[in-house]
Every structure is written in C-alpha cells, then in structure tokens.
Design a protein around this ligand. Structure first.
Ligand code: GLP
Length: 241
C-alpha cells in the first residue's frame, strides 16, 4: 500500500483528480469505478475543472458505481444515481449509456449481481476504483462481517452506517438495505485509490495500516491488493505512527 498524507481534503481532491487525469490522458476509454459520500466531492470538483479547461474528456469513459440504496427510486434526490449526476456526470461529457449502477430495486438480487459482474467483465474490468471508507471500516457497503464477500449482493446496513449516513437524508428515515459491489469485485480492479478525511476515519485507517487482514475491518483487504494508493488528510492519519 502506498500511503500518502495531505494537509486537508482540498489537497486530496487535487491529487486524486490528478491520478484520474493521468489515466484518462493515457487511456481515454478507461473504465472508472466511482464512489459516493462527502469524501470524493472535492475530487469530482477538480475533475470537472479539468474537463472545463479541456485537459480531460469523459466522452469514451465507462463508469461503474460501487453501490445503491434499496427502496428508493433511482431519481430520488437521495439516490447515489442522483448524487453522481449532481456532483460529476451532469457537468462533463460522459454518455448516459456508459454509466453503470446496481439497481437497488431489482426484483431478483442475485440476477442483478450477475448482470453487474458480466457488465464489468464485458467492459474489460475496472482500471481505477475510487473508494471512501466508512467509520466502521466498510468499503462500498461491505459492512464488518465474518467473511469477505465476492460479487455484488444485497446488504443490511449496520447501525453505525445508519448513524453516519442519516445526515444526508434529513428528516426522512434512510434506507436499511443497499446493493453493493462485493469485496471480490472491488479487489479485481487494476488500481485502487482510497481516500479518507477527518478524525472519524482515523480508527478504521489505523486498523487497516496495521496490516492485519480481517473481514471485521473490510478495508483491511486492501493490504492484499498489488496497486493501491491511500490518500489521507492529517486528521484521518492521526492515529498512525
Ligand atoms: C457510504 C458509501 C461508501 C462511502 C462511505 C463514507 O457508506 N457507501 O462508499 O465510502 O459512505 O462516506 P463519507 O465520504 O460521506 O464519509
């Protein structure tokens, strides 16, 4: 793991966008794995700036998002589909048909998981997967568990995730279930970039950096990935020596 510490979230946003830009210049039809949450917003802002100044284009890019809530419409203001359009897709030249999401309302979750796995394979695999991390160490919505998962599945969100994410829903109770890429699907990405900011992430980061790989701390699996960059601000890196 290549761990890099930055002053603040803005600096991470710039550096993470640079990694994306380098890939897009080399491979304009790259397959990008994208994440939601507050952490990647500065990265997306910088990517939009780079698109606006003509240094990158998304015209041939294909994207796969990590997860989506169950039980809300994809056009709901709180869906991850809407989040990605508001924070990135509507501002760049990506083609709608190249945007891929898990369907949180699929009638058959196992068939939906197979569909997603096949779509990723048909696209040639994910070149660069962006990850945030939950306060409990979750990646995508892979919550602490007894075993690592493989392909996408429907997950029951933990109370810790509900406590962390309820703020985005205001007074509306947030969904209790989501469809998420599994750990196996994330680990098959050619390159992974995990970003974490703020002291609430410091404990999960400390456990990940300790090197012990355990499904109780899902992000710890990244120790087994050959090409992972971790970008932290000083607060998220606060508990590492
Ligand atoms: C959600 C997402 C994760 C994300 C996490 C952290 O749970 N499913 O992919 O990493 O939130 O979010 P934030 O960046 O808002 O702290």
């Amino acid at each position: 793991m290549d761990v890099r510490v930055f002053k603040n979230a803005e600096e991470i946003g710039k550096a993470a966008a640079e990694i994306y830009a380098e890939l897009l210049v080399k491979k304009p039809n790259a397959v990008l794995g994208l994440a939601t949450g507050a952490t990647p917003v500065p990265t997306y802002k910088n990517l939009i700036k780079m698109y606006e100044d003509g240094s990158i284009s998304f015209k041939d890019v294909v994207t796969f998002n990590l997860d989506e809530y169950c039980g809300i419409d994809k056009n709901d203001k709180n869906s991850y589909y809407t989040f990605m359009h508001e924070n990135l897709f509507s501002h760049v030249d990506i083609k709608e048909e190249n945007i891929n999401f898990l369907d949180g309302n699929a009638a058959d979750y196992e068939a939906e998981s197979r569909r997603y796995a096949e779509a990723i394979k048909a696209a040639g695999g994910i070149d660069l997967q962006l990850l945030g991390v939950g306060t409990n160490g979750h990646i995508a919505f892979n919550e602490p568990a007894d075993e690592f998962t493989d392909e996408a599945f429907r997950v029951t969100l933990t109370q810790s995730t509900i406590d962390s994410n309820q703020k985005y829903f205001g007074d509306i109770p947030m969904p209790r279930y989501a469809m998420t890429m599994g750990i196996g699907s994330i680990m098959r990405s050619k390159k992974i970039l995990l970003i974490a900011t703020g002291e609430k992430k410091a404990d999960a980061i400390k456990k990940m950096i300790s090197g012990e790989v355990t499904p109780r701390v899902p992000c710890s699996i990244l120790n087994n990935h050959a090409d992972t960059i971790i970008m932290l601000d000083e607060a998220a890196a606060g508990l590492i020596k």
